[in-house]
Ligand binder design. Structure first.
Ligand code: BEZ
Length: 253
């Protein structure tokens, strides 16, 4: 009889865990969705997200934990590049499932003690959200239970000035992000919006851009004959877009 109760208890516990995991997965936002709203305490004061960021691009990113080496290398890199992102009208907001005092102590330690790859005395001036309740992490699908149930994965959400999620990238706990790629994504998203084009594999400003597929046979034929457009075939056409023209539009003066 006792064994039956133990088995039943285990079974119920298992169902509870599965329900919790399902809830976390269901609330994963997707590209094109409005960024889920939240209010939070950060190392730079309270924020109301995304309302406080209207008119700017934002990179909302999570990291597994304070006082960990990969995260430290990432924060030093991101903080060092912050001005570059700001020039692209892009603000940075970090998050981990740690409390405010832990965040503050970690960021002070980074500034006072850590020297890495020529970076030292690094001050992190962008807000780092305290999310001890996992409220925000759950809303954004940053907890991926088969990777870790209490640490956020390295998620990166690119949110446009209207509060729409435009790109999402996830990395596991062990893999530090490539911050040049994150910068490239912001520039490419802005260039695509400004010039009504798409950007091919490994695109950087100055490389040719893709013009959308022709919607009719007539357009396809015109394109093939347009001297400014280079069509490899009717469905794959590129055109020149010089670097200065792109950067003039996407970077603040
Ligand atoms: C790190 O940032 O070093 C780290 C965090 C969690 C798991 C593995 C590495």
């Amino acid at each position: 009889m006792q064994t039956i109760f133990i088995e039943l208890y285990d079974h119920i516990k298992q169902i509870e865990i599965m329900e919790e995991q399902l809830e976390q997965v269901i609330s994963m936002p997707r590209i094109g969705d409005a960024a889920p709203e939240f209010k939070a305490v950060t190392t730079q004061g309270d924020i109301n997200f995304p309302a406080d960021y209207e008119g700017s691009w934002v990179i909302l990113f999570s990291h597994p934990a304070d006082f960990t080496p990969v995260c430290t290398s990432e924060f030093m890199t991101f903080a060092t590049m912050e001005e570059k992102f700001n020039k692209a009208n892009c603000k940075l907001v970090g998050l981990s499932i740690d409390g405010l005092y832990s965040h503050i102590a970690w960021l002070r330690t980074i500034k006072e003690k850590i020297e890495y790859k020529g970076m030292k005395d690094v001050e992190v001036n962008f807000p780092l959200i305290e999310d001890i309740t996992m409220n925000v992490a759950k809303k954004y699908g940053m907890i991926q239970p088969n990777e870790d149930t209490t640490k956020a994965v390295r998620a990166v959400f690119f949110i446009d000035p209207k509060g729409i999620i435009r790109t999402i990238i996830y990395y596991p706990l062990s893999l530090g992000r490539n911050f040049d790629e994150l910068y490239r994504v912001i520039i490419a998203l802005k260039a695509a919006d400004e010039f009504g084009v798409a950007t091919p594999a490994d695109w950087y400003p100055g490389d040719d851009v893709i013009i959308g597929p022709a919607g009719s046979c007539g357009t396809a034929k015109d394109r093939m004959e347009d001297g400014d457009i280079d069509c490899k075939d009717w469905f794959f056409c590129t055109k020149k877009l010089d670097k200065d023209t792109v950067l003039d539009k996407v970077l603040k003066k």
